[in-house]
Design a protein around this ligand. Structure first.
Ligand code: GAP
Length: 448
């Protein structure tokens, strides 16, 4: 990861301030001083993140015959995490600075053996630090009642494989997808939401024959690239592949998709060949070998399916969308002694914008007919916000800051010509649209 340059810090400070000011993302438990690594998505952040999740679900599950969905519990049998290796091996090496008392991940020290905060070389020897979040299930808080908040959403997919396969009559090759919370006790949460302790994952495990697995790996690489470039409209120039050189012994290939964040290139998604590792581990630990295998009618033998995984973090994707959307340009102003002012505008694709169309009466007297317009848009599943506070210019600025692609203004002429003015966030062009064509006009424009 790149060093924190002043440019980077200034950009991130502006983005974090905007996110708080406009109710997109802010620290959890702020009135208690915040809680490091935990974030709340506010009234504008929740619809934004949910719409990215919905776009992923539609693209990965609903639009395909060979991928089905799961919504599993967050806490599952503690043995699941023994089998997956998380209880014994899911750890980072950490070191403490004896002088300033800060704790660091050894692999993230810019200069080995030196504290990045105070420059001291007085560091403790590296120690393993398990990232699993623990809790207790049942009435007694002792070792026998320890359970874990899941560290990744994919393990329940492996555990439920057979039940899902039988209930959906799926045959290999097919995938199971799930979105949901994951928890990791990260030593050093940082870069806003990039590395959090509670975050959302969106994962798909594709079960196939080993002989076809490399073809499926290539297929999913292309599909995932298309998701970012075609659905979320991230420019190709800001994405790149990062191949893993060190592979787990069971894996044939592993690649990450990286985005160019203001703080440097970093991972948003991993596409991993997991071999038969997960299924054979769960067979071993559960004793239910048949539930972890499929039957080959030709050879009359049961075998472990090979798994190709696509795994991404919704919060990292949201952060990528925020970084990519942020722009400062200039717009006309009515402020005294100025013709132009800086405008902050978020160029979100309409699909994920928290508000897709703001409905603005030119005067508070026009509330009733403007509310009628809002009803029409809501019935067409367009996310709207009604705003009649302040000058129309100020209202445009507020909508630009949350990335609203279209502002619909009802004015005094609307009473007579039955039309409204639609302003485009990106071009600031204005167009008069008849009210009876507005839903079609906006629906088309939102689909882009
Ligand atoms: N099942 C494989 C797996 O969990 P991972 O590379 O540990 O692989 C996959 O995580 C994705 O989850 C990452 O690419 C990232 O987008 C997201 N992710 C992982 N740790 C995260 C964290 N602490 N905060 C936010 N997102 C995280």
């Amino acid at each position: 990861m790149a060093n924190e340059t002043p440019d980077y810090a200034e950009f991130m400070n502006k983005l974090v301030a905007l996110c708080k000011r406009r109710g997109i993302i802010f620290q959890s438990s702020e009135i208690y001083g915040g809680f490091n690594g935990f974030w709340d998505y506010g009234p504008n952040g929740a619809p934004f993140r949910k719409s990215i999740e919905r776009a992923w679900w539609k693209y990965m599950v609903e639009d395909r015959d060979n991928v089905v969905g799961l919504d599993s519990s967050i806490i599952c049998h503690p043995k699941v995490w023994k089998a997956s290796g998380h209880v014994d091996q899911f750890s980072d090496q950490m070191t403490d600075c004896k002088d300033c008392k800060k704790r660091w991940r050894v692999d993230q020290l810019p200069v080995p053996g030196e504290c990045p905060a105070c420059g001291s070389h007085n560091l403790t020897p590296a120690r393993d630090f398990n990232l699993m979040m623990r809790t207790y299930v049942g009435p007694v808080f002792d070792e026998d009642h320890i359970a874990y908040l899941r560290a990744e959403t994919c393990q329940p997919i492996f555990v439920d494989f057979n039940t899902i396969r039988v209930s959906t009559r799926q045959k290999l090759p097919f995938g199971i997808a799930q979105t949901g919370k994951a928890f990791r006790n990260e030593i050093n949460p940082r870069n806003f939401t990039f590395r959090s302790r509670e975050f959302m994952q969106m994962e798909m495990e594709f079960f196939c024959d080993d002989a076809d697995s490399m073809q499926w790996f290539d297929f999913w690489m292309q599909e995932r690239w298309n998701f970012y470039t075609k659905i979320l409209r991230i420019p190709e120039s800001k994405l790149r592949w990062h191949w893993h050189e060190k592979l787990a012994h069971y894996a044939k290939k592993a690649v990450d998709i990286e985005f160019e964040f203001p703080f440097g290139w970093d991972e948003i998604e991993g596409i991993h060949h997991r071999g038969t590792w997960d299924m054979s581990q769960h067979a071993k630990f559960s004793g239910e070998e048949a539930a972890c295998k499929v039957f080959n009618q030709d050879t009359k033998e049961a075998y472990y399916p090979t798994v190709v995984e696509t795994s991404c973090g919704l919060d990292r994707i949201s952060l990528m969308m925020l970084c990519n959307a942020y722009e400062e340009d200039t717009a006309a102003t009515k402020k005294a002694d100025k013709d132009e002012d800086i405008r902050v505008v978020m160029h979100f694709p309409a699909l994920v914008a928290p508000v897709q169309a703001a409905v603005l009466p030119l005067s508070k007297k026009l509330e009733a007919p403007t509310r009628e317009i809002q009803k029409l848009l809501r019935a067409a599943d367009i996310r709207t916000e009604y705003d009649d506070t302040g000058s129309i210019g100020k209202r445009y600025r507020r909508q630009d800051e949350i990335g609203t692609p279209f502002d619909v203004t009802y004015d005094f002429d609307s009473e007579n010509d039955h039309a409204v003015t639609v302003r485009n966030r990106d071009t600031m062009a204005q167009e008069r649209v008849p009210v009876d064509q507005l839903v079609d006009w906006l629906t088309k424009a939102i689909r882009g």
